[in-house]
Every structure is written in structure tokens, then in C-alpha cells.
Design a protein around this ligand. Structure first.
Ligand SMILES: *[C@@H]1O[C@H](CO)[C@@H](O)[C@H](O)[C@H]1NC(C)=O
Ligand SMILES: *[C@@H]1O[C@H](CO)[C@@H](O)[C@H](O)[C@H]1NC(C)=O
Ligand SMILES: *[C@@H]1O[C@H](CO)[C@@H](O)[C@H](O)[C@H]1NC(C)=O
Ligand SMILES: *[C@@H]1O[C@H](CO)[C@@H](O)[C@H](O)[C@H]1NC(C)=O
Ligand SMILES: *[C@@H]1O[C@H](CO)[C@@H](O)[C@H](O)[C@H]1NC(C)=O
Ligand SMILES: *[C@@H]1O[C@H](CO)[C@@H](O)[C@H](O)[C@H]1NC(C)=O
Ligand SMILES: *[C@@H]1O[C@H](CO)[C@@H](O)[C@H](O)[C@H]1NC(C)=O
Ligand SMILES: *[C@@H]1O[C@H](CO)[C@@H](O)[C@H](O)[C@H]1NC(C)=O
Ligand SMILES: *[C@@H]1O[C@H](CO)[C@@H](O)[C@H](O)[C@H]1NC(C)=O
Ligand SMILES: *[C@@H]1O[C@H](CO)[C@@H](O)[C@H](O)[C@H]1NC(C)=O
Ligand SMILES: *[C@@H]1O[C@H](CO)[C@@H](O)[C@H](O)[C@H]1NC(C)=O
Length: 510
């Protein structure tokens, strides 16, 4: 569904190989030279294009390049780590470390002119991706510029899944300095709560097959001019909403031109919160609606029951139906006690199910949501987005039974420790197939799965300053579901920006 074209528009450089091959013949001429590398039978040719001025890292002679095994951008590439690019220019045979992006396997490989399929005259396109750093077991962090081969001009560009990728170090992050944004909830403001490490904010999501633009807050606001954007869902969507408000706010010179309309500073109560960006005449809102469907009650023979109407939307719909951009989510509340037990709780019409599985109920609620969207959303005006399930990282228990994520300071690198795609999201994938309205699906489950280091854990409050008894409590009720801000939800917004640009209607046209 949400696929990101490695589009020509993105290219910083379009290089005609034929222009460069003359230089290749005389390698001593260091101005520009080019090689074409072909691997196995399905190649994808990788064009290593470099020149002294644009390619080499000024600090070292090392560089990374991406190699694709197949012509689809989305097939996982391997990185070739070339220790000495001068050597590559001068010699047809060089040794390189090849790093498997997914499993961080490292092996030595020899690249030689004979494995480089020199198709002189053919026009190829490469994209400078920027600096990369790889941190993995057995490989020190190394920097280098990378050049990515996107395809031949004659052939069509393949789609790339921007949610299939990995985390790479990025020292330009975060988007706003830790502790600088007054709108971050206290219990996810890890910096103010004195979390001692800050490496967890310096990661960027890098899709395997293509590049996503970094979020240009000025551009985002410009495209939002005169519009209303609403996040609807649970506290994880509040997490994402606060992240976006902070990213956008940080770009403003006069920060007093953004404010919550009602003047509230605590965003935890039910209802609607609206941040107005005065200079852009737009609002970025949050509507608390953790199930999307309606919490209700039912008078049965044994008295009144609290129920969840799976067949009706929550009463909040009027607060967001007219928005220009809508970002929904629901997920975490379906794992709580009542919802997961599902006894005398789920209601449709006048029927209360004596027992219904949470996944079943969740699927029904999503169908109700999909029907509502199809019947009530004008898709010429409103772009609908659904954000996927954000993974939790409780070791040795759950959120309410002493589970922990304290002392995690690095993402997961070994993909064998990742979990399966959540069954709730498989249910969502099915709903996506039947909904008629075009929906952008932010498929962030896997990327959150890597980030065991991103949660507030014990730093959901000012841990060190509270009495010992409360410290013990903090250790026993760690937050391993929400995310510290700045942090992981900033990347969701980056992917949201990329997705909106990709779909590109109205003010989002490039
Ligand atoms: C390309 O993919 C095939 C099949 O997945 C694999 O057998 C082969 O080793 C790969 N080649 C390279 C150069 O990675
Ligand atoms: C290469 O890509 C094509 C088309 O996407 C696919 O049919 C084929 O199985 C792929 N081959 C390998 C080795 O991955
Ligand atoms: C890179 O290779 C060139 C040519 O082989 C050599 O002169 C140079 O010393 C090498 N640089 C490093 C850092 O190894
Ligand atoms: C790669 O080559 C270098 C030098 O040739 C050697 O020291 C190293 O052990 C090799 N690594 C692997 C994984 O084979
Ligand atoms: C790439 O990294 C080098 C050294 O870390 C730095 O000097 C350079 O400015 C970086 N370039 C970009 C485009 O980020
Ligand atoms: C961000 O967008 C603004 C407005 O479109 C533009 O002027 C500016 O150059 C962009 N900044 C970057 C770093 O691309
Ligand atoms: C602000 O945006 C609204 C639409 O949301 C529009 O009706 C109004 O005219 C705009 N005001 C200004 C001053 O541009
Ligand atoms: C900042 O914006 C506020 C509210 O619009 C305004 O009252 C104030 O004069 C502005 N300050 C500056 C320095 O522009
Ligand atoms: C009402 O309570 C009785 C006795 O506890 C029980 O047998 C019956 O199933 C209950 N009815 C409902 C609808 O829960
Ligand atoms: C990843 O973890 C698995 C299971 O513990 C292990 O077998 C494998 O060697 C690990 N891979 C790397 C690259 O460390
Ligand atoms: C979402 O990503 C998962 C991998 O994390 C993939 O299995 C699933 O098919 C994706 N869903 C959609 C609709 O793209």
C-alpha cells in the first residue's frame, strides 16, 4: 500500500555514464570516474560514481555504497564498505568489507573490473544519499557518503517500502533540543526527568530501498496554511501529536505565536486540544478517543454493565470530521483487562457478547471505522491516515506487572530478536483491502520494535528526586509503551511528511 517511489524528482544528481567513461579509461585523471558493477544474473547495476569533489568524505578515505541484489528498490541491499577509495580509483581490483544491513554480517569481498559490468553509453541514475554511519557488532562506527543506484532511465522505477529499513546514527537529530518544548507531557519528558543517556535521540530511520526527505518544518507549515490537522486516538497518538507540535514550533522565530487555544497545559483529559499556529492560520489538534468506537453502558438483568459499542463510532467524530488531515490510531487499550477478557463487555445493537476475543472485537471496531470513513469523509478535502501499532518492550512482565525496559540504551540490531507483525495489524491490513477511501497507512510496528531504548522506563517522573519508596514504585511500574520526546515519534512524523509528499494532493503537491 504505502509505497514510496524512488522518484526522479528526488535526485540531487543525474549522471550520464557516457559522460564519465572517458575519464575511466585514464584512471590517473582524478577529476571524475565511474564504474559499473554488475552482480549475478539479475543485476542491478550499481554505479559507483565518484569524484574528488563530491564523493569522498573529507575526513577519511572510506566510503559506503549500497548494492542491490535485485532490481526492486525494496529488496534488501547490502552495503559495501570500501576502505580506500583512492585505491578503487586506481586499481581494477580492490578489497571491500560487505555489510549485510539486516543482520550486520560482515565479510570480505574482492571487487574487480571483471565483475563490473561496464555498459558504457547507458544512462544511469544515482542518488547521493548523504552521510551514513553503521554501528554494528564487530564493526566500528564508520562514516562515508553513499551513492545509490536507482535504475536505468529506460526502465521503470520500482516502488520502495519506506517502512522497511533500519535505524542509522544521525548526529543532526533531534529535531528540537531535549527539554526545549513546553508541550511535551511531563511523563515522557525524559530529559527533564533526568534520564542520563541521550544517545537514543540520535537515530534516523533509513529505508532500505530509497531515501526519505528530512522533515522541513517550515515547508510543512506552509503546506498546512489555513488547514486543520487532527490526531485521533489514544495516548500513543498524543505522543505523536506532541512530537509534531514541537517539531513545527521549533522552526518558528516567535514561539509565542503558537498556543493551545483553551490555554490548557495538561492534555490527558478526554476531549479536544488544539494548537494554533497563528502565522500559518492552521491548527494541529488531538482528540482523545482511545477505541475510536463508543464506550457505553447497558442495562441487563443483573444491573448496568459498562460496554464498548463495536458498531458505533465514538461521540467525538464531530470534532474532527471536517479536518484536512486526519491521523487515526487505536491499539493499546485493547490489551487492557476488560478488553482482553472480553466478558459481557462488547456490544453491538442490543446484544452484549457474553464472551468475545479482543482481536475479533478489534476487527469489528475497525470495520465500523472504515464504514464511517467511507460514508462521512470527503476524500477530495480530507486525507485519512492510520498509524499502526507501536510495539512495547516489557522485560519480565507486562505494563501492570513489573515489566521493565530500564537500562536499555541501544536499539535492537539483531533482527532475530524482533517480534512478528502484530495480529491486530494483520486485521488492519484486511480492512485496508476493503475500505474505499484512500488511506495512508503508517506501518510503524517494525521500526518501533527495534527501539527498546526509546521508552521513558523509570524516567516517567523525576526519578532521583523522589523518596526511596516512590523509586521502588517507579521501578515496578515502568513505562515501556510510550516514547521519550524528543524520540521515536519524531520519526513517525518524518514518515508522515514523506507519505504526504508522496501522495501529493492539494497543497502537498510537489
Ligand atoms: C542475491 O540473491 C540470491 C537469492 O536471494 C542469493 O543466492 C545471492 O547470493 C545474492 N547475491 C548477492 C551478491 O548478494
Ligand atoms: C528479483 O525480482 C523479481 C521481480 O521483482 C522477482 O520475480 C525475482 O524472484 C527476484 N529474484 C531474486 C533472486 O530475489
Ligand atoms: C589508499 O590506496 C593508495 C593507493 O593504493 C595508497 O597510496 C594509500 O596510502 C592508501 N590509503 C590508505 C589510507 O590506506
Ligand atoms: C578481512 O580482511 C582483513 C585484512 O585482509 C582481515 O584482517 C580480516 O580478518 C578479514 N575479515 C573477515 C571477516 O574475513
Ligand atoms: C559528512 O560527514 C563529514 C564528517 O563527519 C562532515 O564533515 C560532512 O559535513 C558531512 N556531510 C554531510 C552532507 O552531512
Ligand atoms: C524548507 O522549506 C522552506 C520553505 O519551502 C525553504 O525555503 C527552505 O529552503 C527549506 N529548507 C531546507 C533545508 O530544505
Ligand atoms: C484562515 O483559514 C480559514 C480556513 O481554515 C479561512 O476561512 C480564513 O479566511 C483564513 N484566514 C486568514 C486570515 O487567512
Ligand atoms: C510574537 O508574537 C506575539 C503574538 O502574536 C506578539 O504579541 C509579539 O509582539 C511577537 N513578538 C515579536 C518579537 O515579534
Ligand atoms: C445474571 O446473574 C446470574 C446469577 O449470577 C447469572 O446466572 C446470569 O448469567 C447473569 N446474566 C447475565 C446476562 O450476565
Ligand atoms: C542474532 O541472534 C541469533 C539468535 O540469538 C544468533 O544465532 C545470531 O548469530 C545473531 N546474529 C548476529 C549477527 O549476531
Ligand atoms: C507492514 O509491515 C510489515 C512488516 O513489518 C509487513 O509484513 C506488512 O505486510 C506491512 N503491511 C502493509 C499493509 O504494507
Amino acid at each position: 500500500m504505502m509505497e514510496f517511489l524512488c522518484s526522479i524528482m528526488n535526485l540531487k544528481k543525474i549522471v550520464a555514464i557516457s559522460d564519465h567513461f572517458p575519464n575511466c579509461a585514464s584512471p590517473r585523471k582524478k577529476v571524475v570516474s565511474g564504474f559499473v558493477v554488475g552482480f549475478v544474473s539479475f543485476f542491478v547495476f550499481l554505479f559507483i560514481l565518484f569524484s574528488n569533489s563530491s564523493f569522498k568524505n573529507p575526513d577519511s578515505d572510506k566510503l559506503f555504497i549500497l548494492r542491490f541484489n535485485n532490481s526492486t528498490c525494496s529488496s534488501s541491499p547490502t552495503a559495501i564498505f570500501i576502505e580506500n577509495s583512492t585505491q578503487l580509483e586506481q586499481s581494477p581490483k580492490i578489497s571491500a568489507k560487505v555489510t549485510d544491513f539486516k543482520d550486520t554480517h560482515v565479510k570480505n569481498e574482492t571487487l574487480s573490473a571483471s565483475t563490473m559490468n561496464n555498459k558504457a553509453g547507458e544512462v544511469a541514475i544515482g542518488q547521493e544519499i548523504g552521510n551514513v554511519s553503521v554501528k554494528s557488532d564487530g564493526l566500528d562506527q564508520e562514516h562515508g557518503k553513499i551513492f545509490q543506484m536507482l535504475g536505468n532511465l529506460g526502465s521503470s522505477f520500482e516502488a520502495c517500502d519506506i517502512f522497511d529499513g533500519r535505524w542509522v546514527r544521525d548526529d543532526t537529530k533531534p529535531y528540537y533540543p531535549a527539554g526545549s518544548c513546553p508541550y511535551v507531557d511531563k511523563d515522557v519528558n525524559c530529559y527533564l526527568n533526568r534520564r542520563p543517556d541521550d544517545e537514543f535521540v540520535k537515530w534516523r530511520w533509513q529505508p532500505f530501498g530509497c531515501e526519505i526527505p528530512s522533515l522541513n518544518a517550515t515547508d510543512f507549515l506552509e503546506r498546512l496554511r489555513g488547514k486543520k490537522m487532527v490526531f485521533v486516538g489514544d495516548s500513543l497518538n498524543r505522543n505523536m501529536w506532541e512530537s509534531l507540535v514541537c517539531i513545527l514550533r521549533h522552526s518558528l522565530k516567535n514561539k509565542t505565536t503558537v498556543y493551545e487555544i483553551s490555554g490548557r497545559g495538561d492534555f490527558k483529559k478526554r476531549g479536544i486540544y488544539a494548537f494554533r499556529f497563528e502565522d500559518y492560520n492552521c491548527t494541529v489538534d488531538f482528540v482523545s478517543s482511545p477505541f475510536l468506537v463508543r464506550e457505553s453502558s447497558f442495562k441487563g438483568e443483573n444491573g448496568s454493565l459498562e460496554t464498548l459499542r463495536l458498531d458505533l463510532m465514538d461521540r467525538t467524530t464531530s470534532m474532527y470530521q471536517d479536518a484536512d488531515i486526519l491521523i487515526f490510531n487505536t491499539g493499546h487499550w485493547w490489551t487492557h483487562e476488560k478488553t482482553s477478557r472480553g466478558e459481557n463487555y462488547y456490544q453491538e445493537g442490543n446484544h452484549v457478547y457474553p464472551r468475545l476475543k479482543a482481536l475479533d472485537a478489534y476487527t469489528r471496531a475497525l470495520s465500523t471505522w472504515a464504514k464511517w470513513v467511507d460514508q462521512n469523509i470527503d476524500n477530495r478535502k480530507t486525507q485519512v491516515i492510520f498509524r499502526g501499532y507501536s510495539l512495547t518492550h516489557f522485560r519480565g512482565g507486562q505494563w501492570n506487572s513489573g515489566g521493565q525496559c530500564h537500562t536499555e540504551t541501544e536499539p535492537i540490531f539483531n533482527t532475530s530478536y524482533l517480534t512478528n507483525y502484530p495480529s491486530k495489524m494483520r486485521a488492519f491490513d484486511n480492512v485496508l483491502r476493503v475500505i474505499k477511501t484512500p488511506v495512508i497507512y503508517l506501518n510503524i510496528s517494525r521500526l518501533t520494535d527495534y527501539r527498546k531504548d526509546g521508552h521513558p522506563s523509570i524516567y516517567r517522573s523525576k526519578y532521583k528526586s523522589v523518596p526511596l519508596k516512590q523509586q521502588t514504585y517507579a521501578e515496578h511500574s515502568q513505562d515501556c509503551s510510550h516514547w521519550c520526546l524528543p524520540g521515536v515519534p519524531d520519526s513517525w512524523n518524518e514518515l508522515l511528511y514523506a507519505s504526504l509528499l508522496e501522495v501529493g494532493r492539494g497543497s502537498w503537491k510537489r
